[in-house]
Design a protein around this ligand. Structure first.
Ligand SMILES: O=C(O)CCC(=O)C(=O)O
Length: 195
C-alpha cells in the first residue's frame, strides 16, 4: 500500500492516498454504481423551503437507519456487496470502523458541494470519515475556520481521502464548481454513526 500524503496536520488531520484502488477498478465500480444504486436528488431546507439540488445522493447503513441532515431525511438502501467489500478495504487501511456510507453523484462541472462540516450529533464523536473518489477528478477545498487558511487537493479516480481527529471541528470542506467541462463523478464517504 502506498504511503499517505498528509494534507492537514493541525487542528485535525487529513491524509490522501492517490491510488487506493486501481484506475480500472475505479472505472468498473463507477459504472456499476451509476446503474445499480437508487439515486435521488439532494434536497436542502433553506428559509423554511425545500430546495432540490442537481447533485444526487444515496445513503446506506448497516443497521438500516435513515440519516437526517440539513432538515431532510435520507432513506437507507439495501446494502451492496461491492460497497461492503470496499468498506472492509477502507477499514483495513484506515484502522477504523464504519457503519454507514453516503454516496454523491456529480453530473458535471456545475455540480458541487458547498463548504460544510460533517459534525452532526449523530456521528460518533472523533470518528474518521473516509472518502473514495470515482470518475472525473475534482478539486476538494479545505478552509480553516479561524485563520482562513485554504488548501486544495485534486481527488483522482481511485483515491482515498481520510479526515480525522478534530478536523470537523476546525475546518470546513467542499467540492468546487468548475469552469471547464467535467464528466460525472461518484464519491463514497464512509462514516461511523452512533448506534
Ligand atoms: O465529494 C466529495 O469528495 C466530498 C463529499 C463530502 O464532503 C461529504 O459527503 O460530506
Amino acid at each position: 500500500m502506498e504511503k499517505a500524503q498528509k494534507l492537514v496536520d493541525f487542528d485535525g488531520e487529513v491524509h490522501y492516498y492517490e491510488q487506493f484502488i486501481a484506475e480500472s477498478r475505479a472505472e468498473m465500480l463507477f459504472n456499476y454504481l451509476e446503474n445499480n444504486v437508487l439515486w435521488t436528488n439532494e434536497k436542502v431546507r433553506m428559509f423554511g423551503k425545500l430546495l432540490e439540488l442537481r447533485r444526487k445522493t444515496a445513503w446506506f447503513s448497516l443497521n438500516g437507519d435513515n440519516y437526517k441532515y440539513s432538515g431532510v431525511e435520507h432513506i437507507a438502501q439495501k446494502l451492496d456487496y461491492k460497497l461492503e467489500n470496499l468498506r472492509s478495504e477502507v477499514e483495513r487501511v484506515t484502522a477504523s470502523t464504519f457503519n454507514s456510507y453516503l454516496l454523491n453523484y456529480y453530473h458535471d462541472e456545475k455540480d458541487y458541494m458547498g463548504l460544510h462540516k460533517d459534525n452532526e450529533t449523530s456521528m460518533q464523536k472523533g470518528s474518521a470519515i473516509a472518502s473514495v473518489s470515482l470518475g472525473a477528478a475534482r478539486t476538494f477545498i479545505m478552509v480553516h475556520q479561524t485563520s482562513q487558511i485554504q488548501l486544495q487537493q485534486v481527488l483522482s479516480p481511485g483515491s482515498l481521502l481520510v479526515m480525522k481527529g478534530a478536523f470537523q471541528r476546525f475546518w470546513k470542506h467542499g467540492i468546487l464548481k468548475e469552469l471547464n467541462p467535467k464528466g460525472p463523478r461518484i464519491n463514497i464517504t464512509f462514516r461511523l454513526r452512533k448506534e
